[in-house]
Design a protein around this ligand. Structure first.
Ligand SMILES: Nc1ncnc2c1ncn2[C@@H]1O[C@H](COP(=O)(O)OP(=O)(O)OP(=O)(O)O)[C@@H](O)[C@H]1O
Ligand SMILES: O=C(O)c1ccc[n+]([C@@H]2O[C@H](COP(=O)([O-])O)[C@@H](O)[C@H]2O)c1
Length: 224
């Protein structure tokens, strides 16, 4: 796979819509995903947020993971009527690691500008991701505070490195100065919702969700 690495501090793609990428298991999608995505759209003046429903988080066990079709269907339902688009594009790309997914996305949409979004639970373990520093050199990163994870996230090895690239939300909004590495820490009214809590309360959620063909999830070919 060709490298999509950018020189640190070099301006990324100058033109095109600003797009947030929220990768996740979405097992299932919940109101917290929608709420944080809408907050980020406002805070960073994004045009869209794309939810990348993962075929399988490399760090999460397969046990208890609903089929991709059910998770994608739950995400598409949660995304309705908003500027959020849910897809299973990693399945189409054949990528599993974020660094590879990002390289494929940057190649396919060279005019869009992307920012990687994640909750602070993921920042706490970001240093375990494949080529995490390279990810940070490819696109700016915005981290959304999540109740219960702030201490671990702020003390994490990834934060120790990324902290020097910290920027304000205002400096990235409208895409004025879109460069990487960049770290934006966002704190909205923290949202305690989680898929874990939903699965605990309703372990058979996936059996009731209508699951249209996975092809319906691959909507991004038409986007330029
Ligand atoms: N309530 C929330 N506040 C902030 N970020 C969130 C919240 N819920 C999910 N996220 C973020 O959204 C992304 C996708 O999350 P994911 O699909 O794993 O949901 P989850 O609720 O964290 O699931 P689980 O409980 O199974 O780990 C991750 O970056 C996660 O940190
Ligand atoms: O690339 C990696 O090494 C890597 C390791 C762990 C998680 N991720 C990605 O992190 C995103 C959040 O995953 P999750 O399961 O916490 O919702 C999702 O897009 C995963 O593919 C990526």
């Amino acid at each position: 796979m060709a490298s999509a690495r950018h020189r640190p501090g070099a301006p990324l793609n100058r033109r095109g819509p600003l797009t947030g990428l929220l990768g996740g298991s979405f097992n299932p999608a919940h109101g917290g995903h929608r709420r944080i995505s809408r907050f980020v759209i406002d805070a960073l003046t994004l045009d869209e947020v794309w939810w990348l429903v993962s075929p399988g988080n490399p760090l999460k066990p397969k046990a208890g993971m609903a089929p991709l079709s059910a998770r994608l269907a739950s995400a598409q339902r949660r995304a309705r009527g908003s500027r959020i688009r849910a897809s299973a594009m990693e399945r189409e790309f054949g990528t599993r690691y974020t660094v590879e997914t990002l390289a494929a996305i940057l190649r396919r949409w060279p005019k869009r500008r992307f920012i990687w979004l994640m909750g602070s639970d993921n920042l706490a373990q970001f240093h375990q991701w494949k080529d995490w520093r390279r990810i940070a050199r490819m696109v700016p990163i915005a981290v959304i505070a999540r109740p219960g994870y702030e201490g671990d996230a702020m003390a994490s090895p990834a934060m120790a490195w990324l902290g020097r690239y910290r920027r304000s939300a205002a400096s990235l909004s409208h895409g004025c100065d879109w460069s990487a590495p960049a770290l934006v820490l966002l704190r909205f009214d923290p949202d305690p919702r989680s898929a874990t809590a939903i699965r605990r309360a309703d372990p058979s959620w996936a059996s009731r969700i209508p699951t249209p063909s996975l092809r319906d999830g691959v909507t991004h070919r038409r986007v330029t």
